[in-house]
Design a protein around this ligand. Structure first.
Ligand SMILES: [Zn+2]
Length: 515
């Protein structure tokens, strides 16, 4: 891949020359301020590899050699070492990416006919990245693989005729459609100054983990456990058949699975990751050969991870490291800052403000207030995010709402149905194996922060929903100010009580006393 550096060390370099020293980290072509990271009119491509755990990539420390192509891309990208999804479920997580709102705030949930959860659209007063770009003359196109990325839920807002969001397809088909589209758009780009935003999404590494045989032979272990028997017929099915039988053929038997199944299924998953890396890698090479790559901001990420019995379950239904830690890499035009690693916590809500800033899109106050995330451009220069704690929610099942707040020292999880908290000391137990919620001093501090984060989220949701009955809550002046900006409170209305509707999860938050 070529590395044509375009961003220049402008203001900083001039100043450095004047005062007679070289600005730190400001060599030829290296950006020295966030203004050097602005690419007006650049194309934007987001590739979401659904269900991809960060720890399967070599770039994130995996040693199985599964992802040589994504690792090479990481060498040309800015890689966020500690990026987390805000939800372990596809629809909520992707919509947090596309609105910079937390799951409860945007309100979108997965639909699941098996569980009686109908398909519902996100309310129209939340604005998506696609809508913002469309208003700024971007041509938007999306090729997604259906399921819970469904246009009717709000994912097609801002997108026009080139919106393909149905039909479960293998990753080569997604890539092939993307190439066809790009072959059509590129000449228009040259002749009519078109710039585009393309969203590509694949379920290739999502269960039931069936890559072509060649990849199974390379990376999967011999079948073992109950899942070893159950997977054999699945390995011979088409993708549509696999998805149809994923529950009766595999997950309905989960209660019979154990760590042996975790090991076997993860090896199939690894094979699927390696296969996907191969296909995506060839696509990125094609983008480079067609001179598309260097005019484009390319983002590769995932919407959540996957569990293989680490916390007694499978798939992605909890709020631990393996469910939420995802890859996040951003390749800038010209490969600027390629190979830079950014430490510190970040989450998918930070992606939208980052991209809007880099694309030089003006953000009005309404959108500014909507976005719960913060731009990551300062951290691209400094190599460290501001470490803001990550709030995540499991909102799919009304009867089992969960919320978690992760900082560098702790992960605390609220289980609403059981009115229970779990706490993990990440400094000594990064894999979250031991619940230390019995340590009340530790728990109180972490839980207090989670409770205020949850309250804030519920208030923002409520402000957007414009309802006003129920439980009273105390608001900080900052929160009042925010609600005012959202139009929920008028000037001079400070003494009006802002209330949350009855039945919000905060009512079941355990009272831990004063300590
Ligand atoms: Zn997903």
């Amino acid at each position: 891949m070529s590395l044509r550096s375009t961003a220049l060390c402008t203001g900083g370099a001039a100043l450095a020359a004047l005062v007679g020293f070289t600005a730190s980290g400001c060599g030829p072509g290296e950006p020295s301020s966030t203004e050097d990271l602005v690419y007006p009119g650049a194309n934007l491509m987001i590739i979401s590899i659904d269900t991809l755990r960060a720890d399967r990539l070599g770039a994130y420390g995996n040693t199985r050699g599964l992802t040589p192509h994504l690792d090479a891309l990481a060498g040309e990208s800015i890689l966020f070492e500690n990026a987390y999804a805000n939800s372990p479920k596809t629809a909520s997580s992707h919509m947090s990416l596309f609105t910079s709102m937390l799951p409860t705030e945007h309100g979108l949930r997965n639909f699941a006919p098996r569980k009686g959860l109908p398909l519902k659209a996100m309310a129209s007063n939340r604005t998506t990245l696609g809508q913002v770009l469309n208003r700024n003359d971007y041509y938007n196109a999306t090729i997604a693989s259906g399921g819970n990325i469904n246009g009717q839920m709000g994912f097609s807002r801002g997108f026009g005729q080139d919106t393909f969001m149905s039909g479960l397809r293998e990753v080569p088909d997604i890539v092939s459609d993307a190439k066809t589209l790009l072959n059509r758009l590129t000449p228009q780009e040259e002749s009519a100054g078109l710039h585009w935003f393309m969203f590509l999404h694949t379920y290739q590494v999502h269960a039931p983990y069936v890559p072509p045989q060649e990849w199974i032979d390379k990376f999967a272990i011999e079948p073992q456990g109950r899942s070893g028997e159950l997977m054999q017929p699945m390995l011979k099915m088409s993708i549509q058949q696999q998805w149809k039988h994923m529950h009766d053929g595999l997950w309905d038997h989960k209660a019979e699975f154990n760590a042996e199944d975790g090991e076997y299924l993860m090896s199939l998953y690894d094979a699927e990751v390696a296969y996907t890396d191969h296909v995506i890698g060839r696509f990125i090479e094609w983008l480079d050969q067609r001179d598309i790559l260097d005019d484009t901001i390319l983002v590769v990420l995932s919407d959540h991870g996957e569990e293989f019995f680490e916390h007694g379950e499978f798939e992605h239904d909890q709020l631990h490291e393996e469910h939420l830690r995802v890859p996040l890499m951003i390749r800038l035009p010209g490969g600027t800052l390629g190979g830079k690693k950014v430490s510190g916590l970040t989450s998918l809500i930070d992606v939208m403000p980052t991209l809007l800033e880099m694309l030089d899109i003006e953000v009005g106050s309404g959108l500014q207030n909507q976005m719960a995330g913060e731009s990551l451009t300062p951290s691209m220069l400094s190599g460290r995010t501001n470490g803001r704690p990550v709030f995540a929610e499991r909102v799919m099942f009304v009867e089992a709402y969960q919320a978690a707040l992760r900082n560098e020292a702790s992960n605390v999880i609220f289980h609403e149905a059981e009115k229970r908290l779990q706490a993990f000391d990440l400094s000594t137990d990064p894999a979250e194996t031991e619940d230390i919620s019995g340590n009340l001093d530790f728990l109180r501090k972490a839980a207090e922060a989670l409770k205020s984060a949850l309250t804030r989220v519920l208030l923002r949701r409520h402000a957007y929903d414009q309802e006003s009955t129920g439980v009273n809550v105390d608001l900080s002046s900052k929160e009042l100010d925010e609600l005012k900006k959202l139009g929920y409170i008028g000037d001079g209305d400070e003494d009006i009580e802002v209330k949350l509707p009855e039945g919000t999860p905060i009512e079941n938050f355990p009272d831990l006393g004063d300590g």
